[in-house]
Ligand binder design. Sequence first.
Ligand SMILES: Nc1ncnc2c1ncn2[C@@H]1O[C@H](COP(=O)(O)OP(=O)(O)OP(=O)(O)O)[C@@H](O)[C@H]1O
Ligand SMILES: [Mg+2]
Length: 363
Amino acid sequence: MARVTLKETTKRFGDVVAVNSLSLEVKDKEFLVLLGPSGCGKTTVLRCIAGLETPEEGEIYIGDRLVNDLDPKDRNVAMVFQSYALYPHMTVFSNLAFPLENAKVSVEDIKSRVQEVARLLKIEALLNRKPKQLSGGQQQRVALGRAIVREPQVFLMDEPLSNLDAKLRIYMRAELKKLQKELGVTTIYVTHDQVEAMTMGDRVVILNEGVLQQTGSPDDIYFHPSNVFVAGFIGNPPTNFFDCNLIEGVPYTLDTGEFRYPLPEDLAKAAKQCTSGVCVLGVKPQDVLVYKDAAGKKGLIKAQLEVIEPLGEKQILDLKVGDYSVKAVVDPDFKAEMGDELWIKIPVNKAYLFDKKTGKALK
Ligand SMILES: Nc1ncnc2c1ncn2[C@@H]1O[C@H](COP(=O)(O)OP(=O)(O)OP(=O)(O)O)[C@@H](O)[C@H]1O
Ligand SMILES: [Mg+2]
């Protein structure tokens, strides 16, 4: 199997910098997820690795081999697309056999290899059918099978589950992760779905506008976002933000314009690193505490309840704090009415601080 290394890779389409000086190392056998909003360059990264696009700058290695000038067919990677791109006139067997026939594998070996892959993907009973006689999930397995059958060094998967319905997607998520571990093939998996990224990836790479934002374990990305973009992208609902001026004194205090937020020593130390004098205070909706009355409690902020979204196991409250919109997640038994005046608290051990100018997390 193989490592995949990108060194300062840049790919432009006219004026658009689709991938901007991206450096990345995918470890052998790793399941790496590329996550980011639409148009951030995910597909382009995969296509550069596959050899379907030629980057203007940078180097791409598969294992120790520089592949920049290597034909796609010589790179020993297999790509699975969002549209399964099966051959409609061929049976499942022929679809699976096709890459091997191209590679001049003997008829006997093709038979046994296709059988083996079909067994692995539980599609043995479907080998004589044509793609249109299969469900979406079954087609998706065949597409995976076609990638697996050649025993490539690297799998490149571009949103392979996005055409499936929600239930099947959750099922296939786990199946695919299990399969990847069984096969031990280095995999780069593209998605714009953060739940998919967090549940499947050994590591997650977040891209925005072609620029790498953060690389880390799913927990790292979730609990230690390295900048405002990542904090605002991850989590459902995403992190609440407040722009604040830093007021020196004892204690150091943030002034959001709507409320003041005194900082404990560690946060004050972080806030002092801010280059612009303007900080961004962040708190996840799950961490916002909500109270109906303020009696006997300190550090509360007055809020108006605008919308309640009941979701069964939890409720999302849409609150207004002056001009700020704040989301909070509360238990289903929290009873309140739209228009109610409530109180919120941002626990200091759950607060995030960023530099407004650079967007970077302050630590
Ligand atoms: N062949 C092309 N010609 C011109 N521009 C392109 C081409 N392919 C991609 N782009 C542009 O490059 C940028 C990155 O595109 P890319 O397809 O890699 O995004 P993506 O992250 O895969 O998005 P999505 O989640 O929507 O699939 C976009 O601005 C896109 O419009
Ligand atoms: Mg794409």
